[in-house]
Design a protein around this ligand. Structure first.
Ligand SMILES: [Zn+2]
Ligand SMILES: [Zn+2]
Length: 350
């Protein structure tokens, strides 16, 4: 058995590179040589606080779940991919037997095993083993970076699916971090062309405009409701995707969507109870949706991306070798305004 390098989080704020065994694929698994992995907000949260809600880091863990790479070995029952294939990895393995799994809403499966969610190890390593049904072949010309970012893109894609996105929707995305920016790109894949965004951070608004948002507004200095009314010629916003998790922004969505509109809530608030004007919500007959990860997005997103001009790589602001994991995570932790997506490359020599 060979050895490989992996980034191990021992306890909050303590991460380092160690040598561990290269995992051996089981019959239904493939061994993936990891090309690149994104740093997600959840990874940074585990690094900083050692827990997210009921998921607690109790023993050393490898983080990272936004991953792509090359298949270097397959178990004997693997039929859907071959050694040499470039693949994206869907990070959640589900039971396949429960009602949620059987009805296509497998993201709600109670038995889900998700990469980099304690106690399951993630992919900040040179190699990982993955069940072959979670591997999706990248078409020629699609980069490993795009492959890795199919994971956060999937959240936006799922928001579009849940919110019933239509090409003629007038969309507002609140919060222009990686999920918000990618929700805007997912919207384009659904044929939406009128895409507004709000964020208090100037850099994020600038990036949104570079990524094809129609307008990006500053809720700290502009009257967003009035501006959106002007920008849509009085038509109003038909679909809101809330990604900030900011309690005020969540409550404001009811004021920013037009009567009969839809709101998709993606961002998790820091507190459990967020005050909402339910009278206005009922009076305007608003539809609201919650989003937990995603389901059935990888094949559809790959297909749509391959045939579009949408470029999701634009959200990558920093790139690091695996050896520089500490710097990478600290960049994501301390420079939240300007580090949109930090990408790690175990494929670069250590
Ligand atoms: Zn993520
Ligand atoms: Zn299940």
């Amino acid at each position: 058995m060979g050895k490989m390098y992996a980034a191990i989080l021992d306890e909050p704020m303590s991460i380092g590179i160690k040598q561990i065994d290269i995992p051996v694929p089981k019959d239904h698994e493939a061994l993936i040589k990891v090309y690149c992995i994104g740093v997600c907000g959840s990874d940074v949260h585990y690094y900083e606080h050692g827990r997210i809600g009921r998921y607690i880091v109790r023993e050393p863990i490898v983080l990272g779940h936004e991953v792509s790479g090359e298949v270097v070995a397959v178990g004997k029952h693997v039929k859907n991919i071959l050694v040499g294939d470039r693949v994206a990895v869907e990070p959640g393995a589900t039971c396949g037997c429960c009602e949620y799994c059987k009805t296509g809403r497998y993201n709600l499966c109670e038995e889900v095993v998700f990469l980099a969610t304690p106690p399951v190890n993630g992919a900040w390593a040179e190699y990982i083993t993955v069940s072959s049904d979670l591997l999706f072949k990248l078409p020629q010309g699609m980069s490993f970076e795009t492959g890795a970012m199919l994971e956060p893109l999937s959240v936006g894609f799922h928001a579009m699916q849940r919110g019933g996105a239509k090409p003629f929707d007038r969309l507002l995305v609140t919060g222009l971090g990686p999920i918000g920016l990618l929700a805007g790109q997912a919207a384009k894949l659904f044929g939406i062309s009128e895409i507004y965004g709000t964020d208090v951070v100037p850099y994020r608004r600038k990036l949104a405009l570079e990524m094809g948002f129609t307008a990006a507004l500053d809720p700290s200095s502009e009257n967003v409701a009035q501006r959106l009314n002007e920008l849509t010629d009085g038509g109003g916003i038909t679909l809101v995707v809330e990604t900030s998790g900011n309690a005020r922004a969540m409550a404001d969505t009811i004021k920013l969507v037009r009567r009969g509109g839809r709101i998709v809530f993606v961002g998790l608030p820091a507190m459990d109870a967020v005050p909402m004007d339910m009278g206005a919500f009922i009076d305007a007959e608003i539809d609201a949706f919650g989003i937990f990860r995603y389901a059935n997005t990888y094949p559809a997103a790959i297909h749509a991306l391959q045939r579009s001009t949408v470029d999701i790589e634009k959200i990558i602001t920093h790139r690091y070798a695996l050896a520089d994991i500490r710097e990478a995570v600290e960049t994501a932790r301390t420079q939240k305004d300007t580090s949109i997506k930090v990408m790690i490359y175990p494929s670069l020599s250590l």
